[in-house]
Structure formats: structure tokens, C-alpha cells
Write a protein that binds this ligand. Structure first.
Ligand code: HEM
Length: 155
């Protein structure tokens, strides 16, 4: 009954879609984080009147997409066997993003805002690399394996 076994082992369409969605949220989130220091540099150069508005708007969008990432990685962990770390890491990044937003918005010292911003860029890119690009979901036994394609990232 090899055909039946194959069918059972194949990821459902919903799981594949969930995995793809989680992956795209991680990547878009990381890309927005990477944009922030470049926009901040333009802002400090004073060469673009729009830079401050862009930094503020992306600064507002980041905690929003961070929250979406928490929901999507929770679903991916529970339903598509993604690693739990994608979910708990998303919570940590979101909390730091909220702090970062208020540090910037309230005009608190740049000595806090810039180092935390760099930490967030590293964390966001690291999460996208580890969970969005590289890692396969945990296997039923609990281990994770490197993945090669999007379709392989769901069980
Ligand atoms: C390495 C990354 C980042 C750098 C270098 C950076 C730098 C800056 C700088 C130089 C300012 C202007 C502060 C001032 O005029 O006193 C600023 C403001 C601000 N930043 Fe960032 N930032 C970064 C990341 C972020 C992130 C990730 C967020 C949001 C989660 C954020 C949210 C804000 C907000 C809301 C403001 C205030 C904008 C305004 O009042 O118009 N920043 N940032």
C-alpha cells in the first residue's frame, strides 16, 4: 500500500499554504527592519524631507507585522509542525519592537534607539534565515532538518 503511505506522508495544501505564508511574513518583516537604518541615515543627512515620515510609518508598520508574525508562526507551530522557536522568537522581537517604537517616538536617547535597532535588524534577519529560508519544521520525533525548497518545509 505504498500509494496510501505516500498520501498520508504528503503535506496538506493548507499546511503548505500556512508554511508559505509564515515564510513570507518573516521575509517582509526582516526587509522592513533592514530598511530602517538606511532611512534613518537619510534622515540624519537631511537630504530627504520624506525620510522622517518613512521611518515613522515603517516604525508603526513593524509592530503590526510583528504581531501578524506571532499569529502565523503560532499556527505554523501548532498545525504545520514548524519549530516552536519561530513562535517564541517572534514574541521576543515584537516586544523589543514595541520598546523601540516608543523609544523613538518619545525622543528618548539615540544611545538606546540605535543599538536596539541594530539588535532588531540582526534578530529579524536571523529569524527569516533560520525559519523562513533554512530550517525545516520539526519532525514528529522533535528534530528539525535543513530544507531545500518551499514545498519541503511542511511535513
Ligand atoms: C538600526 C535601526 C534604526 C536606527 C539607526 C534608527 C534611528 C533613528 C533616528 C536617528 C531617529 C531620529 C531621532 C531624533 O530625531 O531624535 C529615529 C526616530 C524614530 N525611530 Fe528609529 N531607528 C532604527 C530603527 C527603528 C525601528 C526598528 C523602529 C520601530 C520599531 C523605529 C522607530 C522610530 C520612531 C517611531 C522614531 C520617531 C520618528 C518621529 O518622531 O518622526 N526605529 N530613529
Amino acid at each position: 500500500m505504498a500509494a496510501t503511505d505516500d498520501t498520508a506522508a504528503r503535506p496538506s495544501r493548507a499546511r503548505r499554504l500556512l508554511g508559505a505564508l509564515a515564510r513570507w511574513v518573516l521575509i517582509v518583516h526582516a526587509a522592513l527592519l533592514v530598511a530602517q537604518p538606511f532611512i534613518a541615515g537619510t534622515m540624519l543627512d537631511g537630504r530627504s524631507a520624506d525620510a522622517q515620515a518613512w521611518h515613522l510609518n515603517i516604525g508603526m508598520a513593524l509592530p503590526a507585522i510583528g504581531f501578524v508574525q506571532i499569529i502565523v508562526t503560532l499556527l505554523a507551530w501548532r498545525l504545520a509542525r514548524w519549530p516552536q522557536g519561530a513562535f517564541t522568537g517572534s514574541i521576543a522581537v515584537w516586544v523589543l519592537e514595541l520598546a523601540q517604537f516608543f523609544i523613538g517616538y518619545l525622543g528618548m536617547p539615540l544611545a538606546m534607539h540605535i543599538p536596539l535597532g541594530l539588535l532588531l535588524v540582526v534578530a529579524g534577519v536571523g529569524m527569516a534565515y533560520c525559519y523562513g529560508y533554512r530550517a525545516a519544521p520539526a519532525q514528529p520525533g522533535g528534530s528539525a532538518q535543513p530544507a531545500r525548497s518551499a514545498d519541503e518545509l511542511t511535513p
